[in-house]
Design a protein around this ligand. Structure first.
Ligand SMILES: Nc1ncnc2c1ncn2[C@@H]1O[C@H](COP(=O)(O)OP(=O)(O)OP(=O)(O)O)[C@@H](O)[C@H]1O
Ligand SMILES: [Mg+2]
Length: 506
């Protein structure tokens, strides 16, 4: 009998010892006991590892020291014990403090322990899940970025479609205006009315152009551009734009690489950023800088030119930062902003194979950085002037919209060309069987099996000497042209048309 008791006692001792060894040896969890008031009564190696206290330092101390000061002032530690008693368990993820004062993200469980129905203390399990939380936050951030880019893509599709139709309308208005102007003569009333329509049409064209850039459907003429030279070229415009209260600084590093972009879009983007900066401050400094930047990041590794516009203005509140690139998002009063400036910048940068980044601090200022991929060699851009260059010969016009066609014929004839019109690529090929065509001028987006671009490629192969000019309000296809064929952007004016024709290689 006595022997049996002894055996039982030894077994019990053994099992308690094992249990203690287990608890004490666990390094990934802080496992410890509190008395009913919250004073630490036991401590394991995990607790020491996670929180930094040795058993002698911490046993006898109140467990509230693991909480942040704010949590302590709010009475969180004792509330946790109360909830554990009331609900049988307390669970929480939150910030806790180590002995050295640093914070970690903890997963905490508190269980009340009863003996004969009386509360004798609490078992507390704490895990350091800082890393897991960081991974999770990163994942959430990636999801958010993805949703953001999907949203912008969807908006792009929508705006692109609307703007395309709108562009054809504008083309008709602006083209017809040219004819009207000649017809009405010197009547000042009519002239005033015409210049009002002209002004409104230009404004409409610039708005659709911003929209199309955002939608990345702007037909672009990318060319090698010397960034320093282009910044210099718009200097004066920007200077007058910002007014006298604001100082405009330039900080262009020597030897900035050339980039492959559409010059007009590039300048528009710069103007949009500078005007935004101006609007964000009553006085201060705007700095336009350009420098080379090599990114080692996996996703967008490569050589870039970073063009930044930095202001010392109001800054952008974090909660609206994710919206500023949306088309029509504006915080400016009605009539002051359309909310398309940054949409253009965003579209421009992405269409050029780059990106745009923003860093802002409320009350301090904002920095927008456009990153454009490096282009190997640069040629200088030509000066644009508004002269009409007349020509002669027969133009084959390929255009499916009859109203746009009528306008284009009018413009071409005013320039001295004879025009033959067809409505699609197949008809164009038939017309070309007959002789006498000196030049093909085709819309890119057309119904039928062959669009303008395929037609142009076909002609380049079969009739290599024939000059070809493409026109587009927008086109995804225009992207793939990438300098293969010159493209005239709709709506175009007569001098733009004449110059585009004059520049064609013959
Ligand atoms: N540099 C800046 N500092 C502070 N806020 C800015 C800055 N740039 C843009 N924003 C904010 O982003 C919003 C959107 O800018 P965006 O250029 O797209 O449109 P907008 O300037 O309001 O109108 P629009 O450019 O079409 O005339 C602005 O209304 C403004 O709230
Ligand atoms: Mg703006």
């Amino acid at each position: 009998m006595f022997k049996k008791d002894q055996q039982q006692e030894r077994d019990l001792f053994e099992s308690e010892r094992n249990f203690r060894l287990l608890v004490e040896g666990v390094t990934d969890y802080a496992l410890y006991m509190l008395d009913p008031t919250g004073v630490v009564t036991s401590w394991n190696i995990g607790g020491q590892r996670i929180k930094g206290y040795t058993p002698t330092e911490i046993i006898g101390q109140h467990f509230s020291r693991f909480y942040t000061e704010v949590d302590r002032t709010n009475g969180k530690p004792l509330r946790a014990l109360r909830i554990a008693c009331e609900q049988g368990r307390y669970e929480e993820d939150g910030w806790r403090v180590r002995k050295d004062g640093t914070f970690f993200w903890a997963s905490v469980v508190i269980d009340p322990i009863y003996e004969d129905g009386k509360l004798v203390g609490f078992a507390k399990i704490t895990r350091d899940i800082t890393e897991r939380r960081e991974v999770q936050l990163k994942l959430e951030q990636i999801h958010q970025q993805l949703a953001e880019s999907q949203k912008l893509d969807a908006l792009g599709q929508l705006t692109g479609g609307v703007a395309h139709d709108f562009n054809n309308l504008l083309m008709i208005i602006s083209g017809s205006l040219h004819t009207l102007k000649k017809a009405v003569g010197d009547d000042p009333k009519c002239q005033r009315a015409i210049s009002a329509i002209e002004g409104a049409t230009k404004r409409g064209a610039s708005l659709t152009s911003q929209l199309l850039t955002f939608a990345r459907r702007q037909s672009v003429n990318p060319q090698a551009v010397d960034v320093a030279e282009r910044i210099n070229a718009v200097r004066e415009v920007l200077d007058t734009g910002v007014g006298s209260a604001v100082t405009l600084q330039f900080d262009v590093a020597p030897g900035v690489w050339p980039v492959m972009v559409d010059v007009t879009e590039f300048e528009t983007a710069l103007v949009n950023l500078v005007i935004n900066a101006r609007d964000a401050m009553t006085g201060g400094v705007i700095t336009i800088s350009a420098r080379n930047d090599t990114l080692g990041d996996e996703a967008d590794a490569g050589e870039y030119v970073a063009i930044a516009v930095e202001d010392t203005g109001a800054g952008i509140a974090p909660d609206i930062l994710s919206k500023i690139f949306d088309p029509f998002f504006t915080t400016k009063p009605i009539g002051k902003g359309t909310g398309l400036g940054l949409s253009q910048v965003h579209g421009f940068a992405h269409q050029a194979g780059g990106t745009v980044k923003v860093a802002s601090e409320l009350g301090k200022g904002t920095r927008f950085t456009i990153l454009l991929p490096r282009k190997e060699t640069a040629t200088t851009t030509e000066d644009v002037n508004a002269a009409e260059i007349s020509g002669s010969g027969t133009v084959l016009l390929v255009e499916d919209n009859p109203e746009v066609a009528a306008v284009s014929i009018g413009l071409l004839e005013q320039l001295g060309y004879t025009v033959r019109l067809v409505a699609n690529a197949e008809a164009a090929l038939r017309e070309l069987e007959l002789d006498g065509i000196d030049l093909v001028f085709s819309d890119i987006v057309m119904p039928g099996k062959m669009d303008g671009l395929s037609l142009a490629r076909h002609l380049r192969a079969t009739k290599p000497g024939l000059p070809i000019l493409l026109a587009s309000g927008y086109s995804d296809a225009a992207l793939s042209v990438r300098g293969d064929f010159p493209i005239l952007r709709k709506p175009y004016e007569i001098h733009e048309l004449s110059q585009a024709i004059a520049k064609l290689p013959r």
